[in-house]
Design a protein around this ligand. Structure first.
Ligand code: ADP
Length: 150
């Protein structure tokens, strides 16, 4: 069984994240979406709300599980018996960061990170942009996975 975690903050979970999970299901038997508790980051949505939205999104996909974790990402991966970390890469600005954590994670745990390039139509979408639009009362449904309401 090939299992990967897809860790992130997902504040909120966008169609870009959704696309990475759907594509990841072609590579892995199971994906555990891990919502990291990040004390330093102030989020717009509570962790329970984020978990609820992601669980609803994948309610018909038994190969996707959703968990909250409050530990090092590699320790979370081990705790769910996952051998891989799945991440998405939008642009060169993501590259340096993803490269660094992937190297560090492999060094401390041997766990490999598998990075998928974002589908070009989603490469400009970020949780930050979606949050800004929400704060100003804009309709953001086109940036969310199909049939998701916040
Ligand atoms: P983090 O706080 O760990 O960066 P995010 O929720 O922002 O968490 O992102 C989780 C993962 O999803 C990261 O690998 C990020 O690069 C990727 N990601 C974010 N937005 C998109 C997008 N539009 N398309 C593809 N991948 C994305």
């Amino acid at each position: 069984m090939k299992r990967a975690i897809f860790p992130g903050t997902f504040d909120p979970f966008t169609i870009g994240h959704y696309s990475i999970v759907k594509r990841g299901l072609k590579l892995f038997d199971e994906i555990v979406i891990g919502i990291g508790v990040n004390q330093a980051k102030k989020t717009l949505f509570s962790i329970e709300k984020r978990q609820d939205i992601i669980s609803q999104t994948f309610k018909d996909e038994p190969r996707v599980k959703v968990s909250i974790y409050d530990s090092l990402t590699v320790d979370f991966a081990r705790s769910v018996d996952a051998g891989f970390i799945l991440r998405g890469l939008r642009s060169v600005s993501d590259f340096e960061y993803e490269h660094n954590i992937a190297d560090a994670n492999r060094k401390i745990s041997g766990i490999e990170t598998v990075i998928l390039f974002t589908d070009y139509e989603y490469s400009y979408i970020s949780s930050t942009v979606v949050r800004d639009l929400i704060v100003y009362g804009k309709d953001i449904s086109i940036f969310l996975p199909p049939n998701v309401k916040l």
